[in-house]
Each structure stands twice: as structure tokens, then as C-alpha cells.
Design a protein around this ligand. Structure first.
Ligand SMILES: [Zn+2]
Length: 233
């Protein structure tokens, strides 16, 4: 991981000459993207995020915001944005077909397997193969700081997730700690078949780190972390 002023990047992804990416820190807003020398030629594409499993393939600038939680493109000059505050942002790179995706993985998107849906769509569009895909998992709320109720555990159980590896019982009866990162890591490696070495992570907890934003820590704050990925022109 390396740190610029406004966002964190992953060294392995910095080596890809045609790519820009980053996981924003608190205070870094969409309006500032245009001020970053490496990003100012890009056109930012935002979603109206809904904790869904809806993913869109886009080829050009959009006139209005799409409602969904994942974006795929192969078009240079578009900057795909995912906004988070505890949810897990995932960036995907198809090295072979020069295609990318940005995905918003909260607990709802995760149990609905939005990551798998994104990669299936990339496979359909480009012929993307798991072994040629790199995944980057950004900061999110860690398991110790993410207590959830039984309805969340039930949703993951119904979806076929290995409960023992992603939940830990909390002290309070019928409360659990969810490991969002582990749930998505399981999807990527066990369901989709990405080799573990293709997955990079920034293991920082949004709840614990003051330089990040957490909905659980500051529920009234509307600011979100800006995570982005784009293909250079
Ligand atoms: Zn924490």
C-alpha cells in the first residue's frame, strides 16, 4: 500500500501502466478529483448506490446517475466511482482485455453476491477469466467492529456462505460479528476461482481509523470515502 495525500493505492496496481486507482481518505471529495494531476482528464461516473446487486456495463459518459452498485467499463477516460463509509469497495482489473470494474459491497450486496455477478458479466462481455483478474479490496469496517443481528446471518446462510468463517457470536444473545472482507474473499477465491495471489487488500478498519469515514462511528455525517478506478486515454 502506498499513501498519497488524498487517497491510498496498491503497489501492484500502480505497476499497471494503463490504470489509475485509489481508495479515498476522509476529506477527499468528488469535486477534488479534477484537481489531481493524474485524474483531471477523467470523467467521473457516479451511481445512485442502493445496496443492491445491480451492475452496469458502460461505454460512454452518462447523462444521469444509474441506480445500482457496480460499474464495468473498457472505455478509457471514464473514472468509475464507489462511495463507502464501512462497506467494502472492490476494484477489479482484467489484465487480458483491459477492462475494469468498481463494486460496492455492503452486507446486502455481499450476500446477493454482487462480486460474482460482476465477474459473470465481465466474462460474458469480454471473456474475462478468473486467473487473469486482479482484485483490490479497500478499507472497510473490520469484524471486531461490525455487530449485526440474526437477519443478516440468516441472509448469508440462505445464500450458501460458510457461516463459521465469516461470523463470530457476540456477547449479546442473537448478535454476531460479520467479516465482510472474508465473505467477499471467499466469493472471489472459492466461488469465482481467483488465485489468492491475485487479490490485494488494504486492511484498515473504517470504524477505528480517524482518517477514514465510518457510518457506524458518525451516522449523521453525509460525507463518503471516494474509491475510484479508470483506464488512461
Ligand atoms: Zn475497527
Amino acid at each position: 500500500m502506498s499513501e498519497k495525500k488524498n487517497y491510498l493505492t496498491i503497489e501492484k496496481l500502480n505497476q499497471i501502466p494503463w490504470l489509475v486507482h485509489g481508495f479515498g481518505l476522509a476529506g477527499f471529495e468528488v469535486s477534488q478529483l479534477k484537481k489531481e494531476p493524474s485524474l483531471k482528464s477523467f470523467y467521473p461516473v457516479e451511481l445512485s448506490q442502493q445496496h443492491s446487486a445491480k451492475v452496469f456495463f458502460i461505454k460512454k459518459i452518462l447523462s444521469s446517475k444509474l441506480v445500482g452498485d457496480g460499474l464495468i467499463t473498457a472505455a478509457p477516460g471514464l473514472l468509475l466511482l464507489i462511495k463507502t463509509a464501512d462497506c467494502l469497495p472492490v476494484l477489479l482489473i482484467d489484465l487480458e482485455h483491459q477492462a475494469i470494474a468498481a463494486v460496492h459491497c455492503g452486507w446486502r450486496g455481499t450476500y446477493q453476491k454482487i462480486i460474482e455477478k460482476t465477474l459473470k458479466q465481465m466474462n460474458k462481455i469480454f471473456g474475462s477469466q478468473p486467473e487473469k483478474i486482479l482484485a483490490a479490496l479497500g478499507p472497510c469496517v473490520e469484524q471486531n467492529c461490525y455487530e449485526v443481528g440474526p437477519e443478516v446471518q440468516k441472509a448469508f446462510f440462505r445464500a450458501g456462505f460458510p457461516l463459521d468463517s465469516i461470523f463470530r457470536p457476540a456477547q449479546q444473545v442473537n448478535k454476531f460479528f460479520l467479516d465482510l472482507r472474508a465473505a467477499n474473499f471467499w466469493l472471489l477465491t472459492q466461488v469465482i476461482g481467483l488465485p489468492e495471489e491475485n487479490i490485494s487488500q488494504i486492511n484498515l478498519c473504517t470504524f477505528c481509523r480517524p482518517e477514514l469515514l465510518s457510518y457506524r462511528r458518525q451516522p449523521l455525517k453525509e460525507e463518503r470515502l471516494i474509491n475510484f478506478i479508470g483506464i488512461k486515454k
